[in-house]
Design a binder for this molecule. Structure first.
Ligand code: SAM
Length: 227
């Protein structure tokens, strides 16, 4: 439960796109938070969330609402906003709908399924500081979790590190090396696919993948030296 590990020193959260609300139940069952608010845009997952949280709904520590993103979530109800399991562009749409409202929450915990670099670029471009990154693994699949807080300045991040969770490098977890090797394989596949193509976009893609692969190789070599 890598997302749950990001929920520390918070008394309440809003889980946007809660699906079955298993995360909220876990957080309440294990005393991570005192209150949860679950937001669902679809009736089916809304009903499923109500079912999972039935006992907590009765005693008033959980609430489930049918709504879009954080439109109806107030910072008085939730210290942190969690958005997990959605595409990066959907996450950005939710955050960007009313930026000053988004910035009123203490913390964002985001787990984009794809377009992860775009989410990092959006956060940094809108003066959020990325404070923690984690890597979750389920078999061959890796998930990146990004924690961010509203700030006054813009963080600097090298282009390469929009594509990988650089904060994990200082404190490597067991998923880091397999994750980087997975990224290495992805770049190798792109290079192989572009090899015999001559279109401008294929040549560009090939060049970019070669650069990323070289940087990944360097990072992996430096980790092996530490280990
Ligand atoms: C793939 S599920 C992810 C569930 C869970 N958060 C997880 O990580 O396993 C995405 C959920 O987000 C909901 N959803 C999508 N867009 C939403 C939005 N703008 N506001 C609220 N919920 C949304 C969908 O109905 C769906 O239940």
């Amino acid at each position: 439960m890598e997302v749950a590990a990001c929920v520390v020193n918070l008394s309440s959260i809003a889980d946007i796109g809660s699906d079955h609300a298993y995360l909220s139940k876990y957080l309440l069952d294990n005393g991570h938070v005192d209150r949860v608010l679950n937001v669902e845009v679809r009736q089916g997952p809304y009903d499923a969330s109500c079912k999972t949280l039935a006992a907590y709904l009765q005693n008033g520590v959980a609430k489930v609402i049918l709504s879009y993103g954080i439109d109806d979530v107030s910072p008085a109800e939730a210290d942190a906003v969690i958005i997990a399991g959605m595409g990066g562009s959907t996450i950005i749409d939710i955050l960007n709908k009313d930026l000053s409202h988004t910035r009123s929450f203490k913390k964002l915990v985001l787990q984009p399924q794809h377009a992860i670099a775009e989410v990092r670029k959006y956060l940094i471009g809108h003066s959020f500081h990325i404070t923690q990154e984690r890597i979750a693994r389920e078999g061959d699949k890796f998930y990146e979790i990004i924690c961010a807080v509203p700030a006054k300045s813009k963080q600097h991040r090298e282009e390469m590190y929009y594509h990988i969770p650089s904060l994990c490098l200082g404190n490597p977890c067991e998923n880091l090396l397999p994750f980087l090797k997975h990224k290495q394989m992805q770049q190798e596949k792109i290079i192989a696919a572009c090899q015999k193509k001559h279109s401008r976009s294929a040549v560009e893609k090939n060049k970019e993948a070669r650069q990323r692969l070289a940087e990944l190789n360097k990072i992996i070599a430096s980790l092996k030296n530490i280990g």
